[in-house]
Design a protein around this ligand. Structure first.
Ligand SMILES: Cc1cc2nc3c(=O)[nH]c(=O)nc-3n(C[C@H](O)[C@H](O)[C@H](O)COP(=O)(O)O)c2cc1C
Length: 346
């Protein structure tokens, strides 16, 4: 069924296709009985899949990665597709348009995407007012926060603090995004000095010890990863989300010319899996499993999900896999995990 829909959707500009699909999905879910139908089609529950991570109870290990629901509009729709958690954002203090369109591209033969969205979002106030409304039962909601494009890096901590404080009582966890390649200079915040300063400032304003994760790029050197391990432990952060999109263009089936013609942006989807998994494995091994790691990058089915989990990921997230695999993504992964005899968390 999704194969058929995909043929139609893939004829439309990717960003428009996203909005059209979500509009129809939300409309569909308003029809009496459709929610129950979705439950039987797309959700899968089993005690062995439940996880408690950083004090949060997840019904299964699979979440929706940041960027899909930047403005907290789709919590009910995405919960209906079986995700245990949804990371809204990246959100910034003030609404911004992001980069000029087109800014999202499909690489169909590689099952990949390139995006240079540039943190288009409605701003923290609008997100907060949406999160104040009723939330799907049992769904864990995280907020992925960033800085506005016009804010210089020296003042970036203020932007993160504004979002952190406004959303503090509205979400279950935070993710600090310093790894998007589409906001000029943002990735420099991954350097030791600015990163320590930023995370220390946030932790000083975290009276309830709310879980806080750092989302990192897959393009970091092992020296940079070592520094990040030290900083996470020093600042008492909950853990790392590994990884964001890559600025490399490795492992693509499309010709160099067609890839080059797309221009700048972060690459996600199937070609990212090995890079992300090796970051997950490195962090877990080098830190002696000292903090939580959430694995993201190239998860599109049970086999790719298992690679992240085998590398030590405590939870996993997906974005591009939902576009290529469709609404059965989560159930497919969960059934695979359950039948392969994944152990109940002890
Ligand atoms: C269109 C698009 C927009 C994204 N926006 C964000 C974002 O706002 N914040 C963020 O932390 N990650 C963002 N990401 C990165 C994803 O959360 C994820 O880390 C990355 O795509 C790798 O996972 P995947 O291979 O499952 O897509 C975005 C990805 C895509 C494709």
């Amino acid at each position: 069924m999704y194969h058929l829909l995909k043929v139609l959707l893939f004829r439309i500009d990717p960003e428009r296709a996203h909005h059209i699909t979500m509009w129809w999905l939300m409309l569909l879910l308003r029809i009496p009985g459709v929610k129950a139908l979705f439950k039987s089609l797309f959700q899968f529950h089993h005690p062995s899949l439940e996880r408690t991570v950083a004090g949060m109870k997840f019904s299964n290990p699979v979440g929706l990665a940041a960027g899909f629901d930047k403005n907290g509009l789709y919590l009910h729709a995405m919960a209906a597709l079986g995700f245990s958690h949804i990371e809204v954002g990246t959100i910034t203090p003030v609404a911004q348009d992001g980069n000029p369109k087109p800014r999202l591209f499909r690489l169909i033969r590689s099952r990949a995407l390139i995006n240079r969205m540039g943190f288009n979002n409605d701003g923290v106030e609008v997100l907060a007012s949406r999160l104040e409304k009723e939330r799907p039962e049992g769904l864990i909601v995280g907020a992925n926060i960033g800085k506005n494009k016009i804010t210089p890096n020296e003042d970036a901590a203020y932007d993160y603090l504004i979002c952190f404080e406004r959303l503090y009582h509205l979400v279950d966890y935070f993710t600090i995004n310093v790894s998007s390649p589409n906001t000029p200079g943002l990735r420099e915040l991954q350097d030791k000095g600015p990163l320590t300063e930023l995370l220390t400032a946030l932790q000083e304003n975290n009276p309830d010890d709310k879980p806080v994760f750092l989302k990192i790029a897959p393009d970091l050197t092992t020296e940079q990863l070592d520094e990040i391990i030290d900083i996470i432990i020093e600042t008492g952060l909950t853990g790392v989300i590994a990884t964001n999109t890559t600025i490399t263009r490795n492992g693509l089936t499309e010709s160099n010319e067609s890839v080059d013609s797309i221009g700048a942006g972060g690459l996600s989807g199937a070609p990212l899996i090995d890079m992300s998994v090796s970051v997950v494995r490195y962090l877990k091994e080098k830190s002696n499993n000292n903090f939580v790691v959430i694995g993201v990058g190239g998860i599109e089915d049970y086999a790719s999900a298992k690679k992240h989990l085998d590398a030590g990921a405590d939870l996993i997230q997906a974005y591009s896999g939902l576009i290529y695999t469709g609404p059965g993504l989560v159930k497919g992964i969960l059934k695979g995990l359950q039948t392969s005899g994944v152990r109940r968390q002890t």
